[in-house]
Design a protein around this ligand. Structure first.
Ligand code: FAD
Length: 313
């Protein structure tokens, strides 16, 4: 029997691999001078046409109003698509439900569902225990607004950890937690900062073995400051790259530190892309210079910028 003729509807392999995704993390400003720096950063980053920018949210909603205001301004005044971080620690179900509803009304179509760090005091009543509970709540709130979301469902992201979360008994426990977030309805994950290239690969392999199918996007930060490295290692329990730390500490000046740090970040991002990462999420700390240095050196394959506009060198 001869093979059936190919119909026009035959789905063949894609013409080419999709472009790697590019996104940046920003945080809401804490003062008017910080807002000025942030907006300069936003304008610079906008010219690189990222797929989205994420906006952090303080645990217990400490910066709720500034976060919502920044999301609104990004939607109204820029071409950028915001991904709103949302934490559930210290808040009630009703409060979170109403906030998700408010974000949908504002035009936000992506939410990163997080638990948030436990506060030192026990203020605020947490009705949700884990980020996976928040994912479920977001999906419930979304269903209530289906009619308004005809132009696109919410994309719900979650956190992933290339090195063990400080509260976890093991790395495998975190992988199980990631699987639970997927089962609750998450679409994608972004990793916490990590310092060693093989840590990302290890996470992705373990996650795939466990049944996690959603994209896992590596979060990388410009590794240009000893202080920042120390703080991350201390606060987030991330295993320190002592060789890199020593090289940064021994560098003669800020320029040398920046060259070392940017190269280290580019190497990390390239290793993650080589391991199959679907994109790169850059933690900017609201500063554009080092992020753009990383981007220039990374030479990420990106779609042409509409209208030929873009950053001039
Ligand atoms: P969870 O997934 O709930 O995990 C918390 C702990 O519980 C982990 O040890 C996990 O292994 C365990 N666990 C999870 N589910 C289960 C389960 N079902 N059963 C048993 N154990 C479980 N913090 C902020 O305050 N604001 C932000 O904007 C923010 N943005 C972030 C962005 C990214 C990309 C990342 C990686 C982190 C961010 N954080 C932010 C930090 C985050 O809130 C902390 O790392 C927090 O301690 C854990 O959050 P989570 O969403 O991973 O929590």
């Amino acid at each position: 029997m001869s093979p059936p003729a190919k119909s026009a509807h035959t789905v063949g392999p894609p013409a080419s691999e999709p472009y790697p995704a590019l996104s940046y993390e920003l945080f809401p400003p804490r003062s008017s001078s910080a807002a000025e720096t942030l907006w300069q950063t936003i304008r610079e980053l906008e010219q690189t046409s990222p797929d989205y920018v994420s906006v952090t949210y303080g645990a217990s909603g400490s910066n709720r109003d500034t976060a919502v205001e920044l999301l609104g301004r990004l939607l109204a005044e820029t071409s950028l698509k915001p991904l709103a971080h949302l934490t559930c620690v210290g808040n009630t179900r009703e409060y979170l439900f109403n906030l998700v509803d408010e974000l949908i009304t504002l035009g936000v179509r992506g939410i990163l569902a997080l638990r948030g760090d436990q506060p030192q005091d026990s203020s605020g009543h947490s009705e949700l225990v884990y980020a996976s509970d928040l994912v479920q709540l977001i999906r419930t709130a979304e269903r209530r607004r289906t009619a308004h979301l005809c132009a696109g469902r919410l994309a719900v992201g979650v956190a992933a950890y290339a090195t063990k979360h400080p509260e976890s008994p093991s790395f495998d426990h975190d992988v199980e937690a990631l699987l639970a977030k997927q089962a609750a309805g998450a679409d994608f994950a972004i990793t916490q900062v990590f310092f060693f290239p093989d840590h990302f690969e290890r996470l992705v392999s373990a996650a795939r073995r466990a049944g996690v199918e959603m994209p896992i996007i590596p979060g990388v930060m410009p590794l240009t400051s000893v202080r920042r490295l120390d703080r991350l290692s201390e606060l987030a329990g991330i295993e320190m790259d002592h060789r890199l730390r020593d090289r940064l500490a021994a560098a003669d000046d800020d320029g040398a530190r920046r060259r070392i740090g940017v190269q280290a970040t580019v190497d990390l991002a390239n290793a993650a892309l080589d391991a199959g990462a679907p994109g790169i999420h850059l933690y900017t700390f609201n500063e554009h210079a080092a992020a753009l240095d990383v981007l220039d050196n990374l030479q990420l394959r990106r779609p042409p910028i509409p209208g030929g506009l873009g950053r001039t060198a």
